[in-house]
Design a protein around this ligand. Structure first.
Ligand code: FMN
Length: 386
């Protein structure tokens, strides 16, 4: 799998400014994106041409290539953009074979491989563009598209009745993304366990054919394959040592994982891209798809990656509702630094990647970071007691 992207970077250029230009100089180059390599590789036009001529499926004998191409293919072999047969090329060959064996669609694989962060600071990024608050966003970004598409008032429109709410509506309306956790109040073991049971546990299973088992869970899943595993970072759960765990959804059991190289609270913080309002949550759950489980059925399928992303959203909503019912707060974020998390949890990103992080726990007494609760379902207005 290989995509080649024309990339243009603009630099400040004093010479251009002084000679009446726009003060910018543009650099254009080709960047190769190969998921099995995992890092962008700059290539030249000769490399692009050669890559377009060599089969992805049948071996090419280098003797059949023109002598002038020798330095080009040698460089591409070194960079992993060409795969060689001999023992010196075993490293890239193994990585290429691994990705091939997982049945990715090339676009999905490229998205997965090249949208992972190492050390992104989502809070600083908002500061840098001067758009931390909504008025600042409006100022910097202009007006957003309207909040909803409103149809005209013609006769054909059908007014739907607003139904009387019941307990389920109360639950739905009390779901508010939590950005204020009370780390000093431990989460009881049984509450943690019940939430994991409700959201992530296999409730039942069906043997569809020999070696072909389907699990029943509380959220839907494309093909019933349930590829998303729960990897936990637990900081404040009573009776569970702070640390990393894999949740075994069939046995409803936590398997402890080795301690991360960095302190746990640091990993929590870098994991959620330094969003301090999430990093002290009692329990964080990394939503980690096993891509090959879904791609077993949906081979090289254009929608495969989309299905898995959607499923992560379903699990998050189930988690939000289960937490709300239990009197807890919950969140999801896709602003995650996948790379340090992969390292800490021992994940191979092309077979098991971090799609998002959910978390839950007790809310604090005070709303320090804004939450969206216009009906005051969770938070009383500051002057309520006055
Ligand atoms: C996929 C997804 C990613 C999100 N990422 C973030 C995030 O990075 N930081 C954050 O504070 N909230 C995040 N949220 C929460 C939204 O900001 C929140 O849902 C929205 O403001 C509406 O508020 P509500 O959930 O309380 O109704 C995310 C929500 C979703 C669905």
């Amino acid at each position: 799998m290989l995509y080649i992207e024309p990339r243009e970077t603009l630099d400040f250029d004093l010479g251009s400014l002084l000679s009446g230009g726009d003060g910018l100089s543009a650099q254009r180059r080709w960047v190769a994106l190969a998921p099995h390599v995992g890092e962008e590789v700059e290539v030249d036009a000769a490399a692009c041409t050669l890559l377009g001529e060599i089969s992805a499926h049948a071996w090419t004998d280098t003797k059949d290539l023109p002598e002038s191409a020798r330095p080009v293919w040698r460089r591409l072999l070194k960079q992993g953009l060409l795969i060689g047969k001999g023992p010196t090329h075993a490293h890239w060959r193994a990585r290429d074979e691994h990705v091939r064996s997982l049945h990715w669609h090339p676009l999905g694989a490229t998205l997965q491989a090249f949208t992972r962060w190492q050390d992104n600071d989502a809070v600083q990024a908002m500061k840098d563009v001067g758009a931390e608050t909504v008025p600042e966003m409006r100022q910097v970004l202009g007006a957003p598209p309207s909040e909803a598409y409103v149809d005209g008032d013609d006769e054909a429109g059908i007014d739907l009745p607003w139904a009387q709410g019941n307990g389920f509506d109360d639950l739905l309306l009390s779901r508010v993304t939590c950005r204020n956790f009370d780390a000093a109040r431990p989460l009881p073991f049984t509450m943690f366990s019940q939430l994991m049971q409700r959201v992530f546990a296999a409730q039942d299973k069906i043997e569809g054919a020999p070696d072909t088992t389907f699990l029943k869970k509380t959220s839907p899943s494309g093909g019933g394959l349930h590829p998303v595993e729960a990897y936990c970072l637990l900081q404040h759960v009573e009776g569970i040592a702070p640390g990393l765990y894999h949740y075994d959804c069939v046995r409803h059991r936590l398997a402890p994982l080795p301690d991360p190289a960095m302190p746990l609270d640091e990993l929590a913080s870098v994991g959620v891209a330094y969003q301090h309002w999430f990093s002290n949550a009692h329990a964080m759950v990394m939503l980690v798809p096993r891509f090959d489980r879904t791609f077993w059925k949906y081979r090289q399928h254009m929608k495969g990656y989309r299905v898995i992303a959607l499923e992560s959203g379903h699990l998050s909503q189930t988690l939000y509702l289960a937490a709300t019912e239990a009197g807890l707060g919950a969140f999801i974020t896709a602003a995650v630094n996948e790379k340090p998390l992969e390292e800490a949890f021992g994940l191979q990103p092309m077979s098991q990647g971090v799609m998002a992080i959910c978390g839950f726990g007790w809310r604090g007494e005070v709303m320090d970071t804004t939450e969206l609760d216009p009906q005051n379902r969770i938070w009383q207005p500051a002057d309520a007691d006055a």
